[in-house]
Ligand binder design. Sequence first.
Ligand code: GCW
Length: 676
Amino acid sequence: AAWLRYGALPAEQAAAYSIKTVTVLGSHDETSPVASAVRELVDGVSKILGVTVSLTSDTSSLSTSIVVAIREDYLAAGNTLSASATDFLDHTDGYWVDPQKTLILGSDARGVLYGAFAYLSQLAQGTLSSTPFGSRPRAPVRWINQWDNMDGTIERGYGGRSLFFEGGRVVEDLSRVKEYARLMASIGLNGIVINNVNANPSLLSEECLSQGVKRVADTMRPYGVRIGLALNFDTPRTLGGLETSDPLDAGVVAWWGETTKRIYNHVPDMLGFTIKANSEGQPGPLSYGRTLAEGANMFAKALAPFGGFVFYRAFVYDHHLREDNPKNDRANAAVDFFAHLDDAFDDNVVVQVKFGPIDFQVREPVSPLLARLKRTKAVIEFMVAQEYMGQQSHAVYLAPEWKTILDFDMRVDGRPSLVRDILSPDGPFGWPVTGYTAVVNVGRDTTWLGHHLAMANLYAYGRLAWSPEAGARDLLDEWTRLTWGTDPVVVETVGNLLMDSWPAYEAHSGNLGIQTLCDILYTHYGPSPASQDGNGWGQWTRADQHGLGMDRTVATGTGFSGQYHPEVASLYENIETTPDDLLLWFHHVPYTHVLKSGKTVIQHFYDAHYEGAATVQTYPGRWEALRGKVDNARFEHVGFKLRYQAGHALVWRDSVCRFYHALSGIDDDKKRVGHY
Ligand code: GCW
């Protein structure tokens, strides 16, 4: 149920409502999102108000009915609309709710469903507006990428096995998939790529498409969720039996054309393809001496007749990079590989850019590529899966980190260019197709993500993809009220704890922009500052006995800072204007370098690690305040996880502090690290 629990309101509050029925205008079949909206309202209002609400076609008692309609059906019935309602209903997926008249209108079928969920959300939180309200998404692309493998495992999966696949095929029972589509729709998400970007060619076998992929699409469609597929570039060779997968080979082009047609036979509204190519050992156009654009455009041409899009990932980099060359820098890769191709991509290619230049670290600057493509459309990629962020064994609320990205001003051509505006059709580049995707690893675990508190991240992601200007704390409080109840003690406790969680995690893992400092060779979990350097993965810190940090300046370093537009470039080029929290991302400094705070870098490391770990130590005690206020099963489950996290934070603290103490030989002013 997650946040769709529809917990009952206190009786005296519920008594204020007189809803008995739901009435729909127009006719809609069972697979329409309008029908889902009606089912959701009947179920939700009944539970929240503790009454039995039913669907009726009798329009004589509208005063006690929720009236649900697509705008055109509402107008056809002789009604009129206010200018404010029209503002929202003029946009795809927009909705308008009038709580007084209990009227829910959508600009289209999906809009109706989103309006129904918005109404139910406010009703369940006890915060139903007394005046009419509307909303519309800032961006059309609001997607999820699952990294599910066909054998049922999930790459970076910490919430159980795949909901979609098992034993090389799509599972029989898709009831959890349906529940997932409901959750997605309730936060405004409208698309999902169901398989790992490290894609298995056999996904495209006729059996898998007709028996499996089609059923997944049919299951999610009533919730306004469309599916897309991640493809393996070499499929023509490995599955199709061709000699090559060269994107300019006529046979390969024809093969993709036919294959795409075959997919659309089964899934006529398929979104398109996501491509990870020439990345981490995956094949791609470069393997055939072709450009990335030639590779992307091959898929684009196959998809164009069906209105589909290629989401071509910008996560292309050399993972055998030589650290002995001080100019080498993995962070440069996205712009180096893609920026010069801005004019070369077909119209239905969208470049999918991870939010930071490296890889979902605890803190990164915004990927400069988001301000360097103009003609070519882009979407941002976030990660709800906590790969580097405690892997859902730690509670870490990520929305505050995402906000540092979304609210950042890229100063394109010297003008205001917030990332959240760039990712909107009404933004500086006017991309009609743009927005958001996030890697999510929901699995068969009853908690979905392996940790009840991790669900705040999924909730906030969907809500931010719809309204990127929303506040991290506001979204968290909504989620808490829906998930845990409206008791103010519960809302305060959960809210304060989770708002502390990203800063605390950063404090006891990697500070000052040095990256997360977890093991990067195998697990991406737990402290291992030594693992960053001495290998080709390029997540280097260049720590030695004198200092640490990557010199990414144009003047003396890798030149990365020069990938930004001039105002941002000069902000990061100069050590004086670089914010402390990204200092080591952009500059190599001695351990004794003095920060803006007045502390040395090394003392900051020690202090932050002790403070961060101390904050995490408070979590189990703070959670105790919820005993008896939430159900025992979830209370115990979270309590157990928080106690584990408190212990692991100490492991983090001591490993990182001792590592840098040994390397630098500099003692802790407060005599906690070292021998005294
Ligand atoms: O962060 C890395 C992960 C890989 C992942 C890759 C990617 C799917 O460690 O597991 O592969 O990113 O985003 O493609």
